[in-house]
Design a binder for this molecule. Sequence first.
Ligand SMILES: NC(=O)c1ccc[n+]([C@@H]2O[C@H](COP(=O)([O-])OP(=O)(O)OC[C@H]3O[C@@H](n4cnc5c(N)ncnc54)[C@H](OP(=O)(O)O)[C@@H]3O)[C@@H](O)[C@H]2O)c1
Length: 280
Amino acid sequence: MQRYRFIESCLFLPTYFNHKKLKAHLTGKTVLITGASSGIGEQVAYQLASISCHLVLVARRREKLLQIKNRIETKSATVSIYKADLRNDHEMNEFLTFLHDLPNGLDIVVSNAGLSINRSIYDSLDRYHDFTRTMAINYFAPVQLLLSILPILKKNHGQIINVSTINALLAPVPYFAAYQASKSAFDVWLRSISTELRAEGITTTTIYLPLVRTPMIQPTISYQHMPAMTPSHVAKIICKSMYTQKKKYQPWWLLIGQLASVFLTSFGDFSNKTKNRKKS
Ligand SMILES: NC(=O)c1ccc[n+]([C@@H]2O[C@H](COP(=O)([O-])OP(=O)(O)OC[C@H]3O[C@@H](n4cnc5c(N)ncnc54)[C@H](OP(=O)(O)O)[C@@H]3O)[C@@H](O)[C@H]2O)c1
């Protein structure tokens, strides 16, 4: 179990959720979690384990999903696992057929599967595929999934929970162009349709996250000592949103971060211009 350092306790205030409310809201319901084989998705599944609901877990690593299912099914939830690469058209279509055949439909979709890439643009000149593969999983896959299952969600007055990043709301940072562009694309897509969905009884929630200590950030050495949330804390926030149905979660300091990011970007641009002028 990861513990917070002092600075992390200040940045990531505890989340209190009412387990009774969550249980009352979810009993008998079906929850789909994409990217459930590790990190945040896995922790959301554990958070729901003690509730009599049906969890549908999808990811590429079947063995990991099986281990998670075995652990959860010692408790109250029932679990269906599905191995699929959601970027692959054929596998996605088979998965969609599986979802359409669920006897009680779907009530909640946690759109969580994702990929991040940390690479300078000059190291990306021969790596167009970095941009297509991040768009494929962070944007096109959830769009394709939701287009197909919206009618099922409508029937059950369902909820879509988008696991997003604060970067979608901040001035973009260097080295993460592929990731930020693809996460922002889905964020805008979902916000664009949320009013239409709400009119048909489907609610949307976006969880804007700072750094979270999961396998996703392990390859970035500089992140190892930076403040980061724990995936179990994030799982609580996501599960709380299932019964509050709030439109969004964002850290309390985001506004300060937004002002700082605009200032730092302008300052960076200004100092680059000055350097370039001196060179010429
Ligand atoms: N960690 C952070 O700092 C952070 C911050 C903000 C937002 N987020 C968002 O949080 C979400 C979860 O990330 P995480 O931090 O928990 O990372 P993670 O541990 O790497 O989890 C990513 C999940 O996505 C699944 N996945 C990736 N590609 C897939 C594909 N093609 N088809 C099906 N499943 C796929 C992975 O499973 P398989 O490999 O088994 O397929 C895994 O279960 C992502 O959307 C990420 O953008 C993370």
